[in-house]
Design a protein around this ligand. Structure first.
Ligand code: PHE
Length: 367
């Protein structure tokens, strides 16, 4: 009995001396582990007489639970101490100014995205979204491209197998354009509709002006009595605001998209020399977007009566606009995550684009 008292005070003393969790754990193992002092004493019980066993067993159990308690108390003390030390060590003074060399930058794609949203937002457009992984109905069929339609081949589609069906028509795609958001919008709201849908798009293509993942903005307007004149006025206002010019020559070339009729491509006037591209002057033309009047079949697929409503739609490439506006020669560099590139072409955060506060904040360009 006396021995147990001595043992107890020894254990308690060493527990209280433990400086960290590791030391404490070593002590616990040396006392309560498989070969620990108390464990060994318990093993020794079998050699004792019944009376002694009863007495000693009881005392050992008391000792064991007392030791466990001290260990527990010391453990929480040490844990708190370690946590406090860690907090002190990792403390950050949030009132310190940002180190300029560590400041992050806004990616040009995000910048153009903000600019486009600011311009169309001012005109009363909402931002709509759709999924990157689409079904073929939304990406193709509903856009007047039934199975085997030749236009499907134009798009170098990435298909994704459908785990629930072997039928190729049931396989998914990563959307080849943002146009499926036209259908999703029509399915979910009633006209009048005025939306833009910026987002990621995917095609199997890779060179200086194409990457397998790129960005588009879709535009869709549906109302009664919408005409080609509305489309032209809207896009003209957009390019003027976007390129920050009071006037800019534009022209529309007839084109073909299955989901618009008539379809056109919009060019803006520019001057191309070997070393420079100047937008808004000169005798050259630069294609910047595809557009047209929404095809009656598309309205029908979206649940809208083409005899009552008309609309126009357009699609433009954000990355291409970024290359043009900010003079970035190779699209592939956009997605290489090179911080030196981002430092050069990126934008200072907090310089937000707005129609009133200045769109591109040229003063804020981090170059
Ligand atoms: N979806 C077309 C493309 O990716 C662009 C477009 C959108 C054309 C809407 C007309 C109307 O090329």
């Amino acid at each position: 009995m006396e021995n147990l008292e001595i043992l107890k005070s020894e254990i308690v003393a060493s527990v209280n001396k433990a400086q960290n969790i590791k030391e404490l754990e070593d002590i616990r193992v040396s006392v309560l582990g498989k070969k620990g002092t108390i464990t060994e004493l318990m093993k020794g019980l079998s050699a004792l007489s019944v009376e002694e066993k009863k007495e000693m067993g009881k005392n050992l159990n008391i000792l064991k639970s007392e030791v466990e308690k001290v260990l527990e108390t010391q453990k929480s003390l040490l844990e708190e101490k370690e946590l406090n030390a860690k907090l002190k060590n990792e403390a950050i003074d949030v009132t310190l100014p940002i180190r300029p060399e560590n400041q992050g930058r806004i990616h040009p794609v995000s910048k153009i995205y903000e600019e486009v949203v600011a311009i169309f937002g001012e005109m009363g457009f909402d931002v709509a979204e759709g999924p990157d992984i689409e079904d073929q109905f939304h990406n193709f069929n509903a856009l007047n491209m039934p199975a085997n339609h030749p236009a499907r081949q134009m798009q170098d589609t990435f298909y994704i197998p459908n785990p629930e069906s072997q039928d190729f028509d049931d396989s998914f795609v990563v959307r080849t354009h943002t146009s499926p958001v036209q259908i999703r919008t029509m399915e979910n709201r009633k006209p009048p509709i005025r939306i833009i849908a910026p987002g990621r798009t995917y095609r199997s293509d890779y060179d200086a002006t194409h990457t397998p993942m790129f960005h588009q903005v879709e535009g869709l307007v549906i109302d009664k009595n919408i005409t080609l004149a509305h489309l032209k006025g809207c896009l003209y206002d957009f390019v003027k605001a976007f390129f920050e010019l009071d006037d800019i020559p534009v022209r529309y070339r007839p084109s073909y998209f299955p989901f618009t009729e008539p379809s056109a491509e919009m060019d803006i006037g520019c001057k191309k020399t070997k070393t420079e591209l100047k937008i808004g002057a000169g005798t050259d033309w630069l294609e910047i977007l595809g557009c047209g009047m929404v095809h009656p079949n598309v309205l029908k697929a979206g649940g809208i009566d083409p005899n009552e409503y008309q609309g126009f739609a357009f699609g433009l490439g954000i990355d291409r606009l970024a290359m043009l506006k900010y003079g970035i020669p190779d699209l592939r560099t956009f997605f290489e995550s090179d911080v030196r590139w981002l430092k050069h072409y990126g934008f200072v955060p907090l310089d937000e684009s707005s129609m009133t506060g200045g769109l591109s904040n040229n003063g804020g360009i981090a170059r």
